[in-house]
Design a protein around this ligand. Structure first.
Ligand SMILES: *Cc1c(COP(=O)(O)O)cnc(C)c1O
Length: 211
Protein backbone atom coordinates (compact mmCIF):
# COMPACT_ATOMS: atom_id res chain seq x y z
CA UNK A 1 0.00 0.00 0.00
CA UNK A 2 2.81 2.41 0.89
CA UNK A 3 4.25 1.66 -2.52
CA UNK A 4 1.25 3.26 -4.25
CA UNK A 5 0.82 6.09 -1.76
CA UNK A 6 4.24 7.50 -2.39
CA UNK A 7 3.31 8.26 -6.01
CA UNK A 8 0.09 10.07 -5.11
CA UNK A 9 -0.17 13.85 -4.70
CA UNK A 10 -0.59 15.09 -1.11
CA UNK A 11 -4.38 15.27 -1.13
CA UNK A 12 -4.73 12.15 -3.28
CA UNK A 13 -6.59 8.99 -2.30
CA UNK A 14 -5.52 5.41 -2.75
CA UNK A 15 -8.69 3.35 -3.05
CA UNK A 16 -7.91 -0.23 -2.08
CA UNK A 17 -10.27 -2.25 -4.27
CA UNK A 18 -11.40 -5.07 -2.02
CA UNK A 19 -14.01 -6.67 -4.28
CA UNK A 20 -14.23 -10.47 -3.86
CA UNK A 21 -11.90 -10.27 -0.84
CA UNK A 22 -13.12 -11.34 2.61
CA UNK A 23 -13.60 -8.88 5.47
CA UNK A 24 -10.59 -10.34 7.32
CA UNK A 25 -8.30 -9.06 4.59
CA UNK A 26 -9.94 -5.62 4.66
CA UNK A 27 -9.56 -5.58 8.43
CA UNK A 28 -5.83 -6.21 8.11
CA UNK A 29 -5.44 -3.21 5.82
CA UNK A 30 -7.64 -1.18 8.18
CA UNK A 31 -5.32 -2.02 11.06
CA UNK A 32 -2.38 -0.75 9.02
CA UNK A 33 -4.23 2.59 8.97
CA UNK A 34 -5.95 2.35 5.62
CA UNK A 35 -9.47 3.82 5.39
CA UNK A 36 -10.49 3.99 1.72
CA UNK A 37 -11.91 0.81 0.19
CA UNK A 38 -13.63 0.29 -3.15
CA UNK A 39 -16.26 -2.22 -4.18
CA UNK A 40 -17.99 -2.71 -7.51
CA UNK A 41 -21.09 -4.57 -6.31
CA UNK A 42 -23.85 -3.28 -4.05
CA UNK A 43 -24.34 -6.70 -2.52
CA UNK A 44 -20.74 -6.85 -1.34
CA UNK A 45 -20.99 -3.36 0.12
CA UNK A 46 -24.13 -4.40 1.97
CA UNK A 47 -22.42 -7.47 3.36
CA UNK A 48 -19.17 -5.83 4.37
CA UNK A 49 -20.12 -2.35 5.59
CA UNK A 50 -22.10 -3.41 8.71
CA UNK A 51 -19.38 -5.73 10.03
CA UNK A 52 -16.45 -3.37 9.51
CA UNK A 53 -15.53 -0.16 11.37
CA UNK A 54 -17.68 2.93 10.84
CA UNK A 55 -14.82 5.22 9.90
CA UNK A 56 -14.10 3.39 6.64
CA UNK A 57 -14.67 5.47 3.52
CA UNK A 58 -16.58 3.19 1.15
CA UNK A 59 -16.20 3.93 -2.56
CA UNK A 60 -18.72 2.55 -5.07
CA UNK A 61 -16.64 2.11 -8.22
CA UNK A 62 -18.77 -0.28 -10.30
CA UNK A 63 -21.84 0.08 -12.45
CA UNK A 64 -24.75 1.09 -10.20
CA UNK A 65 -28.34 0.11 -10.87
CA UNK A 66 -31.00 2.57 -9.84
CA UNK A 67 -33.00 0.06 -7.82
CA UNK A 68 -29.97 -0.61 -5.61
CA UNK A 69 -29.13 2.96 -4.66
CA UNK A 70 -31.30 2.70 -1.55
CA UNK A 71 -29.01 0.09 -0.01
CA UNK A 72 -25.86 2.20 -0.08
CA UNK A 73 -27.37 5.67 0.35
CA UNK A 74 -27.04 5.69 4.16
CA UNK A 75 -23.28 5.20 4.24
CA UNK A 76 -21.56 5.52 0.85
CA UNK A 77 -18.65 7.99 0.95
CA UNK A 78 -18.16 8.52 -2.79
CA UNK A 79 -19.96 7.09 -5.83
CA UNK A 80 -17.50 7.05 -8.75
CA UNK A 81 -19.88 5.68 -11.35
CA UNK A 82 -22.70 8.14 -12.06
CA UNK A 83 -23.29 7.65 -15.77
CA UNK A 84 -26.90 8.69 -16.38
CA UNK A 85 -29.50 11.22 -15.26
CA UNK A 86 -32.03 8.77 -13.83
CA UNK A 87 -29.37 7.32 -11.58
CA UNK A 88 -28.40 10.75 -10.29
CA UNK A 89 -32.08 11.52 -9.60
CA UNK A 90 -32.37 8.34 -7.60
CA UNK A 91 -29.23 9.14 -5.61
CA UNK A 92 -30.59 12.61 -4.90
CA UNK A 93 -33.91 11.15 -3.74
CA UNK A 94 -32.34 8.70 -1.30
CA UNK A 95 -29.80 11.21 -0.04
CA UNK A 96 -32.71 13.47 0.87
CA UNK A 97 -34.46 10.63 2.67
CA UNK A 98 -31.38 10.05 4.76
CA UNK A 99 -30.82 13.76 5.30
CA UNK A 100 -27.40 13.71 3.76
CA UNK A 101 -25.50 14.99 0.77
CA UNK A 102 -24.04 12.19 -1.32
CA UNK A 103 -20.73 12.96 -3.04
CA UNK A 104 -20.26 11.55 -6.53
CA UNK A 105 -18.15 11.58 -9.67
CA UNK A 106 -19.39 11.54 -13.23
CA UNK A 107 -18.04 8.49 -15.00
CA UNK A 108 -16.95 9.46 -18.50
CA UNK A 109 -16.59 6.95 -21.30
CA UNK A 110 -12.98 7.30 -22.42
CA UNK A 111 -12.29 3.76 -23.62
CA UNK A 112 -12.84 2.57 -27.15
CA UNK A 113 -14.36 -0.71 -25.92
CA UNK A 114 -18.12 -1.04 -26.21
CA UNK A 115 -18.41 -2.69 -22.81
CA UNK A 116 -17.12 0.15 -20.66
CA UNK A 117 -19.79 2.29 -19.02
CA UNK A 118 -19.74 6.04 -18.87
CA UNK A 119 -21.24 9.25 -20.19
CA UNK A 120 -20.34 10.49 -23.64
CA UNK A 121 -19.09 14.05 -23.66
CA UNK A 122 -22.38 15.54 -24.99
CA UNK A 123 -24.43 13.64 -22.40
CA UNK A 124 -22.00 14.69 -19.69
CA UNK A 125 -22.34 18.35 -20.66
CA UNK A 126 -26.12 18.13 -20.65
CA UNK A 127 -26.24 16.50 -17.24
CA UNK A 128 -23.66 18.91 -15.84
CA UNK A 129 -25.85 21.81 -16.95
CA UNK A 130 -28.78 20.35 -15.00
CA UNK A 131 -26.57 19.82 -11.98
CA UNK A 132 -25.47 23.45 -12.15
CA UNK A 133 -29.10 24.54 -12.29
CA UNK A 134 -29.56 22.89 -8.91
CA UNK A 135 -31.61 19.88 -9.97
CA UNK A 136 -29.83 17.48 -7.60
CA UNK A 137 -29.52 19.44 -4.35
CA UNK A 138 -28.74 16.45 -2.15
CA UNK A 139 -25.70 15.42 -4.14
CA UNK A 140 -22.29 17.01 -4.51
CA UNK A 141 -20.20 16.73 -7.65
CA UNK A 142 -16.63 15.96 -6.60
CA UNK A 143 -15.04 15.30 -9.99
CA UNK A 144 -14.66 12.75 -12.77
CA UNK A 145 -13.83 9.07 -13.16
CA UNK A 146 -12.80 7.04 -16.17
CA UNK A 147 -11.49 3.64 -17.19
CA UNK A 148 -9.06 3.45 -20.07
CA UNK A 149 -9.12 0.80 -22.77
CA UNK A 150 -7.60 -2.48 -21.63
CA UNK A 151 -4.67 -2.53 -24.05
CA UNK A 152 -0.88 -2.70 -24.11
CA UNK A 153 -0.91 0.36 -26.34
CA UNK A 154 0.30 2.87 -23.75
CA UNK A 155 -0.01 5.76 -26.19
CA UNK A 156 -3.73 5.09 -26.47
CA UNK A 157 -4.18 4.83 -22.69
CA UNK A 158 -2.16 8.01 -22.28
CA UNK A 159 -4.39 9.85 -24.77
CA UNK A 160 -7.57 8.64 -23.06
CA UNK A 161 -6.39 9.80 -19.63
CA UNK A 162 -5.19 13.13 -21.06
CA UNK A 163 -8.63 13.67 -22.54
CA UNK A 164 -10.31 13.06 -19.18
CA UNK A 165 -7.84 15.41 -17.52
CA UNK A 166 -8.80 18.15 -19.96
CA UNK A 167 -12.48 17.72 -19.06
CA UNK A 168 -11.55 17.79 -15.38
CA UNK A 169 -9.53 21.00 -15.72
CA UNK A 170 -12.48 22.64 -17.39
CA UNK A 171 -14.87 21.37 -14.71
CA UNK A 172 -12.70 22.76 -11.92
CA UNK A 173 -13.11 26.26 -13.30
CA UNK A 174 -16.91 25.92 -13.01
CA UNK A 175 -17.52 23.78 -9.91
CA UNK A 176 -15.61 24.57 -6.73
CA UNK A 177 -16.29 21.16 -5.15
CA UNK A 178 -14.71 19.31 -8.11
CA UNK A 179 -11.43 18.12 -6.65
CA UNK A 180 -11.04 14.46 -7.64
CA UNK A 181 -9.91 12.85 -10.85
CA UNK A 182 -10.31 9.09 -10.38
CA UNK A 183 -8.37 7.15 -12.96
CA UNK A 184 -5.81 4.36 -12.98
CA UNK A 185 -5.84 0.73 -11.83
CA UNK A 186 -3.06 -1.75 -11.15
CA UNK A 187 -1.91 -2.00 -14.75
CA UNK A 188 -2.19 1.64 -15.76
CA UNK A 189 -1.91 3.78 -12.61
CA UNK A 190 1.44 5.25 -13.61
CA UNK A 191 0.02 6.62 -16.86
CA UNK A 192 -2.98 7.93 -14.92
CA UNK A 193 -0.82 9.73 -12.35
CA UNK A 194 1.29 11.25 -15.11
CA UNK A 195 -1.97 12.68 -16.44
CA UNK A 196 -3.02 14.22 -13.16
CA UNK A 197 -5.06 11.51 -11.40
CA UNK A 198 -5.47 12.13 -7.67
CA UNK A 199 -7.53 9.03 -6.94
CA UNK A 200 -6.21 5.67 -8.10
CA UNK A 201 -8.14 2.43 -7.65
CA UNK A 202 -5.85 -0.51 -6.96
CA UNK A 203 -7.11 -4.05 -6.44
CA UNK A 204 -4.86 -6.89 -7.54
CA UNK A 205 -1.69 -4.84 -6.94
CA UNK A 206 -2.56 -4.69 -3.23
CA UNK A 207 -4.55 -7.83 -2.49
CA UNK A 208 -3.27 -10.18 -5.18
CA UNK A 209 -5.06 -11.66 -8.17
CA UNK A 210 -8.79 -12.34 -7.96
CA UNK A 211 -10.31 -15.66 -8.93
C1 LIG B 1 -11.68 -3.98 -10.16
C2 LIG B 1 -11.61 -2.54 -10.44
C3 LIG B 1 -10.43 -1.80 -10.21
C4 LIG B 1 -9.15 -2.42 -9.72
O1 LIG B 1 -8.62 -3.27 -10.67
P1 LIG B 1 -7.17 -3.92 -10.48
O2 LIG B 1 -6.74 -4.24 -11.86
O3 LIG B 1 -7.35 -5.15 -9.64
O4 LIG B 1 -6.31 -2.92 -9.83
C5 LIG B 1 -10.45 -0.44 -10.46
N1 LIG B 1 -11.56 0.19 -10.90
C6 LIG B 1 -12.71 -0.48 -11.14
C7 LIG B 1 -13.89 0.27 -11.64
C8 LIG B 1 -12.77 -1.86 -10.92
O5 LIG B 1 -13.92 -2.51 -11.16
Amino acid sequence: MEFYKKFLPAEGILVAVSKTKPVEIIYQAYHCGHRDFGENKVQELRDKQPVLPDDIHWHMIGHLQRNKVKYIAPFIWLIHSVDNEKLLREIDKHARKHRRIIPFLFQIKIASEETKFGLTEPDYRQLLAKYKQGEFPHTKLKGLMGMATNTNNTAQVDAEFAYLKSLFDELKTEISSAEYLSMGMTHDFEIALKNGANIIRIGSGIFGARN
